[in-house]
Design a protein around this ligand. Structure first.
Ligand code: ZN
Ligand code: ZN
Length: 350
C-alpha cells in the first residue's frame, strides 16, 4: 500500500509498504479520509514525531471502513465505517481508570506515536477505536472531521454553554466555526472573531457571524452583539496572548473563558485585564482534546450521531482535498503560508 511517512524532520514522503495484517483483536481499516491537523505541520517541519520514532505514518484525524479483522475480533465489523479515536490509553494509570483517556500518562497515538491515517490502510488495536456511522450518505471526508469537531464540542461543553447564552469565539478556523455550530445545537448564540480577512469572509459565507478583531473594536462589537451584556462564555481558540486579553475584556461578570487554542509563545496580559479576572470573578477553564469515555457521555459518539442526523455539518469547511501523492506538497504549502486553508485533507476518493 501507499503510505505518507515521516522519516525525519522535514522528510515526509510516500512509501510503498506492506498492508498490515490484523491479529487477535486488531482490525484493519481502509482509510476514507484523513485531515491535516494544525499540529501535523510543526510535527513534519519542526518537531518530528513525539518519540522521534521513524519512519512513521502520521495523520490522526481519519475515517475508515473495516476490511479485515483478527481472529479474536467481531467478524460482523467488516464493512462498517466510522471515525477512528486515535488515542491508545494504557488503561492502568489513575486517569485511565477514571475514564479520562486523553490524560493517560503512557499512551500510544495513531498518527503521532504509532502508524496513523495518511495511508491506504491503518491497523487499529481493537474495535474500541471505531465510532461507527450509520448514515451511508455522510461522506468519508466529513466523518474524518469527527476529531476536530469533537474538540469543538468539548470546549463548548466545558464552558457549560446553555440555551439563550451569548458565546464569543476567538479564531474562525475549522474548530472555531464548528464550536459556533455546537453553540447553535445547544441553543446558544455564537459570534466569532478572526484577524485574517479571508478567514472572516469564508466563515461569513458559511453562515456564521464573524468580525475582524483588528479593524473593529472588540468590546464595542460584543456589546452590540449582546445588547450591552457582554459574553456569558468566551472561547479562546488562537493560543495568542493578545486574544486572551480580549477574551477577558468581552466576558461578563461571573462568565467563563475556555482556553482551547494551543499557545506557541509566552502569554502576556495587561494589569487591567488581570484585575478584571478578579473583579468579574471569571472562571478560566483549560481543555485538552475531548472525552471518549461512555460515562457520562462519549463525545465522539455524539459527534458522529449529529453528523449522521444532519444537525452538525462540516463538509462545507473543507477547502483542500488531495491524494496521498499530493499530500507532502500540500503540507509544505501550508507550512510556507502559500495558501489559506480552512480544512485540508487527504481524501481516498480524490
Ligand atoms: Zn488534530
Ligand atoms: Zn493510562
Amino acid at each position: 500500500m501507499k503510505a505518507a511517512r515521516l522519516h525525519a524532520i522535514d522528510d515526509f514522503r510516500i512509501d510503498k509498504i506492506e498492508i498490515p495484517h490484523p491479529k487477535g483483536e486488531e482490525i484493519l481499516v481502509k482509510v476514507g479520509a484523513c485531515g491535516i491537523c494544525g499540529s501535523d505541520i510543526p510535527r513534519i517541519f519542526e518537531l518530528g514525531t513525539s518519540k522521534q520514532k521513524y519512519p512513521l505514518v502520521i495523520g490522526h484525524e481519519f475515517s475508515g471502513t473495516v476490511v479485515a479483522v483478527g481472529e479474536k475480533a467481531d467478524q460482523s465489523l467488516i464493512g462498517k465505517r466510522g471515525a477512528i479515536f486515535p488515542c491508545i490509553p494504557c488503561r492502568k494509570c489513575e486517569m485511565c481508570l477514571a475514564g479520562e483517556y486523553v490524560m493517560c500518562e503512557d499512551y500510544g497515538y495513531l498518527g503521532s506515536r504509532d502508524d496513523g491515517g495518511f495511508a491506504e490502510y491503518c491497523l487499529l488495536p481493537n474495535a474500541w477505536h471505531l465510532v461507527v456511522s450509520e448514515n451511508e450518505n455522510i461522506s468519508d471526508d466529513a466523518i474524518s472531521m469527527t476529531e476536530p469537531c469533537t474538540v469543538a464540542q468539548h470546549a463548548i461543553r466545558k464552558g457549560n454553554v446553555t440555551a439563550g447564552q451569548n458565546v464569543v469565539i476567538f479564531g474562525a478556523g475549522p474548530i472555531g466555526i464548528m464550536a459556533a455550530r455546537w453553540c447553535k445545537i445547544f441553543g446558544a448564540k455564537p459570534m466569532l472573531f478572526d484577524v485574517v480577512d479571508e478567514k472572516v469572509e469564508f466563515a461569513i459565507k458559511r453562515g456564521e457571524y464573524v468580525v475582524n478583531s483588528v479593524t473593529n473594536d472588540v468590546v464595542e462589537t460584543v456589546k452590540k452583539f449582546t445588547g450591552g451584556r457582554l459574553a456569558d462564555v468566551v472561547v479562546e481558540g488562537t493560543g495568542v496572548g493578545s486574544a486572551l486579553g480580549q477574551c477577558i475584556e468581552v466576558c461578563k461578570s461571573l462568565g467563563t473563558i475556555v482556553l482551547m487554542g494551543n499557545p506557541s509563545r509566552d502569554t502576556t496580559i495587561t494589569l487591567k485585564q488581570h484585575s478584571m479576572i478578579l473583579r468579574k470573578e471569571l472562571t478560566l477553564v483549560g481543555i485538552w482534546n475531548s472525552r471518549y469515555s461512555d460515562t457520562p457521555l462519549n463525545q465522539w459518539k455524539c459527534t458522529v450521531e449529529m453528523l449522521d442526523n444532519g444537525k452538525m455539518t462540516v463538509e462545507d469547511l473543507i477547502t483542500h482535498r488531495c491524494t496521498l501523492e499530493e499530500l507532502p506538497q500540500l503540507c509544505k504549502d501550508i507550512y510556507e503560508r502559500k495558501i489559506t486553508i480552512c480544512k485540508a485533507l487527504y481524501s481516498s476518493s480524490k
